[in-house]
Ligand binder design. Structure first.
Ligand SMILES: O=C(O)[C@H]1O[C@H](OP(=O)(O)OP(=O)(O)OC[C@H]2O[C@@H](n3ccc(=O)[nH]c3=O)[C@H](O)[C@@H]2O)[C@H](O)[C@@H](O)[C@H]1O
Length: 429
């Protein structure tokens, strides 16, 4: 029996020779397969590298040639749109510019000579063709709208590169109280993640812009002390929409505190008017009444009518512009705070709530048609029974003074609606 030593180091040369030959061959095979593998690996690495560079070429190419933002022509459009045409004017980035409030505010600012660059993602929460029509209206007033999302940090950085915005009017949001039960994540995406991305861009900008943004009356939630004052509690939101707006108020406070951003939050109370939002009750009721379809009118507990402090768009625009005009400068630069900056919250309401059935009868009067009403108990989907703004603070600080009552405002809305959707004598043309 061979010893262990012999096993390892066989004394018989032939055997050894044989073995060494075998080992040699194996070594060779092994080496040649290793080198083949090595070559393959090299080949794969080269292939991956060329694929990646091809991808980035395609990416940059598509960004340059087909993306909705970027490129020299795009930069020129942004720069021209942001140009100030009055003394001491502002250059304002309006997010959600193709939205209801965004369109009206953009037009008002442009009209007085401020530079305005719009931003909108044209999502399909409601009919995007209405947003496209608003965009066409803005374009006809030389306002350029960037098609993009507030979650796109690179695009925002580029915008601030091209224009040194003095102000940001942040109106991009996922709106709608009841839709939050269907699509909760879209609220987090737009109203929280999008807000933070925007604030990061503002914080990093040099100079930092002052920010005015849309909060909501819904933050008062289950509050039953009327009228609602800014100092009232807002820790009991009734919907996820309200919760994201409340979160926005806290988040903006943080950016004000840490980075010296000047922030003004506006709590809008059920804004309505021409070019409005089709998901809102006054708008969808008008459509249904004209089409002879029934409308669902919610009622509160014990058959109490729901009421809203409906606020006309022109009054809201005045509140927005007043906020921009009185906003202090941000104090930081390049992400560093240099001193305390202004942080404000205002109610922008009408101070005269109207019940939903009353709103319906005003519409009936202006449309000269009767509504087919289904009265149902308010579903537990985030609605609150009433809203009522105390606007003393906005009146004092912004000179805010609403002047349009619902009767008059709905008349203007109905006139717009009939013309926009081509109605004549109550019938589509
Ligand atoms: O101030 C705000 O912060 C919010 O205002 C708006 O919310 P709301 O006040 O709920 O407006 P809106 O939907 O028009 O319902 C009006 C009334 O009609 C009732 N309503 C509604 C629908 C229906 O089918 N039937 C009905 O009775 C309904 O119960 C309610 O009593 C904005 O949409 C929101 O984005 C946010 O900005």
């Amino acid at each position: 029996m061979p010893s262990l030593e012999e096993e390892l180091f066989p004394s018989t040369p032939g055997k050894f020779k044989d073995r060494s030959h075998t080992m040699n061959r194996q070594f060779h095979r092994c080496f040649s397969s290793t080198s083949t593998m090595f070559l393959w690996a090299l080949f794969l690495i080269a292939l991956t590298a060329s694929y990646l560079s091809f991808q980035s070429f395609v990416d940059s190419g598509s960004r340059y040639f087909s993306s909705s933002w970027g490129g020299l022509h795009w930069e020129k459009q942004v720069r021209t749109s942001g140009q100030i045409r009055r003394q001491h004017g502002f250059s304002v980035l309006v997010t959600g510019a193709a939205g209801f409030v965004g369109t009206h505010v953009s037009l008002a600012l442009k009209k007085r000579g401020d530079g305005v660059v719009g931003l909108d993602n044209f999502n399909n929460y409601y009919d995007p063709s209405l947003k496209k029509a608003r965009k066409a209206l803005l374009n006809s007033h030389d306002i350029f709208i960037v098609e993009g999302d507030v979650n796109d940090a690179r695009m925002l950085a580029k915008l601030f590169d091209v224009v040194a915005f003095s102000h940001v009017m942040h109106l991009a949001a996922q709106a709608g109280v009841r839709y939050a039960m269907e699509n909760p994540h879209s609220y987090v995406h737009s109203n929280i993640a999008g807000l933070v991305t925007l604030l990061e861009a503002c914080k990093n900008a040099d100079p930092q812009p002052a920010i005015v943004w849309a909060s909501s009356s819904s933050v008062y939630g289950l509050n039953d002390k009327v009228p609602f004052s800014e100092s009232d509690r807002t820790d009991r939101p009734a919907s996820l929409y309200a919760a994201t707006k409340k979160a926005g108020e806290e988040i903006t406070h943080t950016y004000n505190h840490i980075y010296g951003l000047s922030v003004t939050g506006l709590r809008f109370f059920t804004v309505y008017g021409p070019w409005g939002r089709p998901d809102m009750a006054y708008f969808s009721f008008t459509r249904n009444i004209l089409q002879g379809k029934p409308i669902t009118v919610y009622r509160g507990k014990n058959k109490v009518d729901l009421a809203r402090d409906f606020t006309y768009i022109d009054d809201i625009v005045k509140g927005c512009v007043g906020s921009l005009d009185t906003a202090g400068k941000s104090t930081g630069s390049g992400g560093k705070k240099r001193g305390p900056a202004m942080h404000r919250i205002f109610n922008l309401g009408n101070t005269s709530p109207v019940t939903v059935p009353m709103m319906v009868s005003i519409l009936e009067k202006h449309l000269k048609m009767k509504a087919k009403k289904n009265l149902v108990e308010m579903p537990g989907n985030g609605d609150v029974p009433f809203t009522h703004a105390n606007i003393s603070l906005a009146r004092r600080e912004l000179g805010y003074k609403p002047t349009i009552q619902l009767e008059v405002g709905l008349k203007k809305f109905v006139r717009w609606y009939l013309s926009y959707y081509h109605y004549s004598h109550g019938k589509p043309m």
